[in-house]
Design a protein around this ligand. Structure first.
Ligand code: NIG
Ligand code: FE
Length: 411
């Protein structure tokens, strides 16, 4: 079965890309072909180029006159599996409490953990599948999903098993991250070390044994874990082949970036606050991507990461949604791209690169996804009729993604 998309106004992110995450000035270059075609054979991209060279025949032909084609978004940081929304805390914040104050009162992540422990695996799966279907309609074709609302061996396994079942239910690429160190459970309030031992000696071996995770995450923050604790946990994860992807610098600069870089983290995520020393540390870490999650500071009314400073320092940026019930109850990548442009002064080209190819690097899917290249998976979306690439982030409230293809199949 082959499919031809013809008369594409602009085919975006199409062509040769450097062999590493984009950084610095390269982030501003987005390869495009105007008046283009895209040829799909089975689940792969088999050809693309100028309409002058368009094949004449195909099993199925789609006319994309006036429309653009993009590779699907790679959402490299989410907490898609959760038990319930947290509108109560949303209202509490409107009335003046901060995210950290709510966490210290036993709300926040602990609130989600209480709810998740009582929710059967099948219910979690059904809800997560519904969310996944929703984000695919926004153009997401690859997604990382974390555990971290379990905080007991059984509940962490429950989440990771849901993620594994999701992988079997979809053609979307899914990567799983173990985040047992998301918050200190109340039963370990005065026994921090005992919880870290539980993660290292019981959770990690079991998760590795069942092959349930690709990465290991820790929330390094005053309300969660220290850099020293973070290092212990990620070093243990590395022994099981799990590369670190770390939540850090959401509210405080406290050494999380340095801890992550020391252990060759694939990404450091959040970075609402970053100091000069940490920027220098990332400059010396060519294998670590800075993943920015602007819908989190948008939702909890915090300040945004210094994207321009990071780009000027040649640090590769990815953009992701952080889809979770506490700080970002939305998995809408087009909105994240808009926020990156509006609030962080990234150009549309930089934001699209960060949300596609650099996002693919941040989940090690760069060989198969993130751009329009021959041999890559045919994950792409066709927009509605739009006037320019910049209209995508500009029309921030409109749904401009019209049709999504995952592995060559129309969704
Ligand atoms: O990435 N900051 C830590 N974890 C999530 C939020 C978790 C929650 O509030 O439920 C985040 O923002
Ligand atoms: Fe997160």
């Amino acid at each position: 079965m082959n499919t031809l998309i013809k008369n594409i106004k602009t085919l975006v992110q199409a062509g040769e890309l450097p062999d590493a995450p984009l950084r610095g000035k390269d982030m501003a270059t987005l390869p495009v072909i105007d008046n283009a075609f895209l040829f799909i054979k089975n689940n792969q991209i088999a050809g693309f180029g100028d309409m002058k060279n368009c094949p004449e025949r195909a099993d199925k032909i789609v006319d994309a006159t006036g429309k653009m084609v993009f590779p699907t978004w790679c959402d490299s940081h989410t907490h898609l599996v959760y038990a319930a929304n947290r509108e109560g805390e949303f209202v509490d914040r409107i009335k003046g409490l901060t995210y950290e104050e709510i966490a210290r009162r036993g709300g926040g992540i602990l609130n989600s953990a209480r709810r998740l422990r009582d929710t059967p695996e099948d219910v979690l799966l059904e809800d997560a599948y519904e969310r996944l279907q929703e984000v695919v309609r926004y153009g997401t074709g690859a997604i990382e999903i974390k555990s971290g609302y379990g905080l007991t061996l059984e509940s962490e396994l429950k989440i990771l098993r849901v993620i594994r079942r999701l992988k079997d239910m979809t053609d979307v690429t899914i990567k799983a991250t173990f985040l047992g160190a998301h918050a200190l459970p109340p039963e370990y309030k005065d026994k921090r070390t005992a919880y870290i031992d539980l993660i290292m000696n019981e959770m990690l071996p079991r998760i590795a044994d069942e092959g349930l995770a690709d990465y290991c995450d820790v929330f390094c923050e005053k309300v969660a874990f220290t850099p020293q604790e973070t290092e212990r946990i990620i070093a243990a994860g590395q022994q099981y082949g799990l590369r670190p992807k770390i939540h850090t610098n959401q509210f405080n600069c406290m050494g999380g970036i340095q801890a992550a870089v020391k252990h060759n983290a694939l990404s450091v995520d959040h970075l609402e606050v970053v100091n000069e020393e940490e920027i220098a540390c990332l400059q010396n870490a060519p294998n670590t991507i800075a993943t920015l999650l602007p819908s989190a500071p948008f939702f909890i009314n915090d300040h945004y990461p210094p994207a321009r400073k990071l780009i000027n320092a040649d640090i590769p940026l990815a953009l992701a949604t952080d889809f979770n019930p506490g700080s970002s109850p939305s998995g809408k990548m087009p909105f994240v791209v808009s926020l990156a442009c509006i609030k962080m002064r990234m150009t549309p080209e930089e934001a699209i690169n960060a949300a596609t190819i650099n996002g693919a690097y941040a989940i090690e899917a760069d060989k198969t996804l993130g751009s329009i290249e021959k041999g890559k998976q045919a994950n792409f979306f066709i927009t509605k009729k739009i006037s320019s690439i910049a209209q995508l982030p500009y029309s921030f409230g409109s749904d401009l993604v019209e049709t999504v293809f995952i592995q060559g199949k129309k969704i």
